[in-house]
Design a protein. Structure first.
Length: 233
């Protein structure tokens, strides 16, 4: 079974911030310095610094020697899904998300990984249902009338599309979870070029006030090792 390492990090200055910075590569350090807002710089440092440590742990190497491939599969730019070739030939893939007071990182060695976090009230804006939800999902939300259900569906869709490498180039209403809000994990089929692809997903109810979802494409069933200092519900 595929095991996903999930790190949920509160947005606060770590005591080893300088060490985290020193472990970044020159491009990442330059990118960090170019970010104007201090909270955005901190998100970048926590995300990429911790990602290096997770991948280094998985691959059995020093964080400074991690050679991340972040080439975008669409345009070739340096902003694609992070991956690293392990010393034994395995490929580790990762996904980063941040919102509000948290940064979330998921790393796996089988299949394509996506993760997303959103505040529970993030999707409570006019037009969200028409923009992001299918008819069945709208009916499910209306029948339950529970705060946070829209954000739960949003994080599911974002995580699934990240795992597939499509992001928001694929419309959110093009991923249909049907009437599934009573569940916290499952499989969803996503149409695309050629045959539909099945993506497994699971919600992570470990952060008060936030929805978090992890998704894995082409990796079969998965289990998660979750590490967090977040305040739990």
């Amino acid at each position: 079974m595929n095991r996903i390492e999930l790190e949920i990090i509160p947005l606060e200055e770590p005591p080893d911030a300088q060490i985290l910075f020193d472990e970044l590569n020159p491009y990442e350090q330059s990118r960090y310095r170019s970010i104007r807002r201090s909270d955005d710089r901190l998100r970048y440092l926590l995300g990429h610094g911790t990602l290096r440590r997770l991948l280094a742990s998985q691959a059995g190497v020093d964080p400074r020697s991690v050679s991340l491939d972040v080439t975008c599969g669409r345009c070739g730019g340096p902003h694609g899904r992070p991956r690293i070739e392990g010393p034994a030939g395995g490929t580790f893939r990762a996904s980063i998300s941040h919102a509000g007071g948290y940064v979330v990182i998921a790393v796996g060695d089988r299949g394509l990984v996506g993760v997303d976090i959103e505040p529970l009230d993030a999707a409570d804006w006019e037009g969200f249902d028409e923009t992001a939800l299918t008819a069945a999902e709208r009916a499910d939300v209306a029948a339950r009338r529970r705060p946070g259900d829209r954000a739960r569906l949003w994080t599911r869709k974002e995580a699934v599309l990240k795992a597939l490498g499509r992001g928001l180039l694929h419309p959110l209403h093009g991923v249909d979870f049907g009437r599934s809000l009573e569940r916290t994990s499952g499989t969803v089929a996503v149409a695309g070029d050629g045959a539909a692809r099945d993506v497994r997903w699971a919600e992570v109810p470990r952060v008060e006030g936030y929805a978090v979802t992890v998704a894995v494409a082409d990796g079969g069933r998965f289990a998660m090792d979750v590490r967090t200092n977040a305040r739990e519900p």
